[in-house]
Design a protein around this ligand. Structure first.
Ligand SMILES: C[S@@+](CC[C@H](N)C(=O)[O-])C[C@H]1O[C@@H](n2cnc3c(N)ncnc32)[C@H](O)[C@@H]1O
Length: 233
């Protein structure tokens, strides 16, 4: 694991237990208390969540499957998944505040089940074996080599399906970022990294996974590449 990882992780954890918690809790909600950038992030992120739900529903056995939502945030994916009728899910995040919020949202929707496991845990320390491992918009906080190690670890947790999303590196986005238009303003977030898709795919390939679907979701200030991998037989 690259040495920078621990420092990076501590910063990210503090952010999502502090100022970032309140910011992202509002973004991932129906609150009117958001600015234009945050509203657009909400719109773009919802596209990502909706695509993941559609892809999962394509699997005729999904209701009986086990799920791992790694870096779950406030439960934007776990809550609708539970509403669809799945009940075997491990919900984890590096931030205790995020996990508390997810618990609250699941309880508020009367979706509690004995098969929901909550873990305050960074994704490299997760263990278990699941039918679906999903990790959405988490890698943006980490540089390429760290994100690739994370992909490899997530591969080790899934029996068949891995779905990840990340901000893709493109020369155009690199240009926007360089002039401060992609992630605007100081202290709006932790450092934000765009990642090279080929590196992410290579990391999964090395673990015996192949790309089955891809999609780019966009809204102003939101760019996210969604990739579904399947384990080779
Ligand atoms: C932008 S939010 C996305 C949340 C959620 N996946 C979603 O799409 O709604 C990023 C989340 O990743 C979590 N996170 C960041 N680094 C992590 C790590 N190393 N392990 C686990 N969770 C992490 C943060 O605490 C935060 O909740």
């Amino acid at each position: 694991m690259p040495i920078s990882n621990n420092l990076e992780k501590e910063e990210v954890k503090d952010y999502f237990n502090g100022t970032g918690f309140d910011r992202w809790r509002r973004i991932y909600s129906k609150s009117e208390d958001v600015n234009t950038v945050q509203k657009n992030i909400r719109i773009g992120h919802q596209k990502t969540v909706d695509d993941v739900l559609d892809w999962i529903k394509d699997d005729p056995t999904f209701l009986k499957s086990s799920f791992c939502d790694a870096g779950c945030g406030v439960g934007s994916l776990s809550v609708p998944l539970l509403k669809l009728g799945i009940n075997d899910i491990q919900v984890s995040d590096i931030s205790a505040s995020m996990i508390d919020e997810t618990k609250l949202r699941i309880k508020r929707e009367n979706l509690n089940s004995k098969k929901i496991k909550y873990k305050i845990c960074d994704l490299e320390n997760l263990s278990g074996s699941f039918d679906f491992v999903i990790c959405l918009d988490v890698f943006i906080h980490y540089p390429q080599p760290v994100a690739e190690e994370m992909v490899k670890h997530l591969c080790s947790l899934t029996k068949s399906n891995l779905i990840v999303s990340f901000a893709p590196y493109t020369p155009f986005l690199a240009f926007l970022k360089s002039i401060g238009k992609l992630f605007p303003g100081p202290s709006k977030t932790t450092r934000a990294y765009t990642l090279r898709e080929q590196g992410i795919i290579r990391a999964a390939k090395e673990q015996g996974f192949a790309v089955s679907r891809k999609k780019l979701n966009q809204a102003p200030f939101y760019f996210s590449k969604l990739i579904e991998f399947k384990k080779n037989n």
